[in-house]
Design a protein around this ligand. Sequence first.
Ligand SMILES: [Zn+2]
Length: 136
Amino acid sequence: MAIQTYRGSCHCGAVAFEVDLDLAEGGCKCNCSMCRKARSWSVRVRPDAFRPLGNPGATTDYTRNGVVHWPFCSTCGVRPYYRSDVPETGGPFVSVQLACLDGVDDALLAASPVRFLDGRHDDWSNPPSAAEQTFL
Ligand SMILES: [Zn+2]
């Protein structure tokens, strides 16, 4: 595959965006305290590959550490993406939820490789246990 432009949105449509990404590169599922509860399955892109389309005031920001921002739709509560800026991993990025992409063929999503991250233990080079992977 190759980089393509996809549209994504929250459940009610107030939050919408376009993103350029390559589904063949796959997404990440992480077991950190936020990703686990939000069932995050996301792809990280550079900020210039992400273009918000909806009402800019449609989201409420959520952050606990001031580093990762998880805006959620103020109407329906869905979190279609999150933002952060971590110099150690290349600077600012947007991480887009694959489940919030619209109109993507199920077979393409199913074929997109999943990388599991052990964010709960800050161990970014080893995946969490196989048991935990089954419900992330
Ligand atoms: Zn919404």
